[in-house]
Design a protein around this ligand. Sequence first.
Ligand code: F6P
Length: 539
Amino acid sequence: MKNIDPTQTAAWQKLKIHFEEIKETHLSTLFKEDEKRFEKYSLEWRDFFIDLSKNRINDQTKALLIQLAKECGLEEAIQSMFNGEKINVTEGRAVLHTVLRDKGSDELYLDDQALKAEVYKVLAQIKTFTEDLHLGRIRGYSGKIITDLINIGIGGSDLGIAFAHEALRPYHHPGIQTHFVSNVDASNIVEVTKDLNPETCLFVIASKSFTTQETMTNAMTARSWFLDRVKDEEHISKHFVAVSTNVEKVKAFGINPKNMFVFWDWVGGRFSLSSAIGLSLACSIGYKNFEDMLEGMYQMDQHFQRTSFEENIPVLLAMISIWYNNFFDAAAEAILPYDDYLDKLALFLQQGFMESNGKYLSRAGKKVNYQTGQVLFGSAGTNGQHSFYQLIHQGTRMIPCDFIAPAISHHQVGDHHVKLLANFFAQPEALAFGTNPIEGQSDPDFKDVFRVFEGNRPTNSILIKKITPETLGSLIAMYEHKIFVQGIIWNIFSFDQWGVELGKKLAKAILPELENSATVTSHDNSTNGLINVWKRMSK
Ligand code: F6P
């Protein structure tokens, strides 16, 4: 992959000049100038309608952002990813989550390995397992049917499944409850297991590496919990399965490799929902729905790979976000789904965006002199409106927002959905156009000054016909590709995560120091102090 400093491109220089020209222009002016702005800046794709018109852009901005993408080598980079080049350079790996849902007929080879054949094998294994579970052919050691599935994993081995599990609740298979254990805090596993019956539980230990401290600790605790009640190691095989890339570690843990679902090092943890990591999800929504989610992802992959940048949804979303991040100095973005089932979307995307693009080193290994990454937050509308929206409306910072809503709700109850959607339409309107109750008044009432909304706050509105496994898959893939595009423009390596290593290493060193009463002196003054205070407090 090329090493191109985006700030040295002609497009960046032009964008700097253009920014000075447009930075004060109000969205209401942009709308007044062009009656067809909505039609011009919106895209319709399958069950998606995406309105980009409430962004602080004009035709020149769009053209320059696309020029920037081209000058930064985005076209080649997209092909490099889809073709399996080892674009995760610092880990020496290809980035091929798109192969996991590729319905095309061509095989893809990586180091002479036929990848799709392997993917299909695992999908067939997931299908059989899921169907057997639902038909009661998989049973616990005492012959009872499995009623509770516990996914033990963290980060990419938890967040995507937990999000999609909630998002697709209307599709859940009756009779199976899925639970999630991720935190190493014992409260998590204690609360999850306290009312469960070991005879009807299935633990899915999900870890790409099978070495992650939190997951391994929880897996060992689950094993002890099970054996304390069941008293026979023989029964483990009926109650524990693993999802991992690491066969040796799975064996060493005591799980029979025939109870293992594999994936590969070319699938990044935070991009692994469409791999065997999705096993728990497939068990809760059924294999057909899981397959539909993969289909939705594939459709978005195709759109991303084949559509010109002018009409390319992930590309446009990414480039507009770069416009705000690098020119308007916006540091955060809000993800605001007007669908309670999508409440965990921001939590899921936080890892995708922040672990991928929170990097200060360029692809040349030099410190960049521009901002990368964005802080992502959000929650389901309308809850957020009664919490953090004040800052978005009248704060001093620009927080670009993605408003997302289904046109059709899963529940036609009274007027809930139209009320919800009235808010979904109202908020971007208020943010864009604001209101000025004191306009033209020479001596306004002091209190009225605070009722002014200056507006000019940018939003994307994403209307989706209905949240189904397929549209959800497309939504997830849309954001996956937005992350990729931003990493290419920022000239960083989006698919490693070295920044999480130091904390892990230090925690490993501190752990034995917490297991005795000796005064700790091996760290800095503050860390020593805190550990020693804890030793005193916890007596
Ligand atoms: O947080 C670091 C990280 O490596 C993530 O990238 C990953 O999703 C998570 O830990 C869990 O890793 P694993 O699936 O190997 O247990």
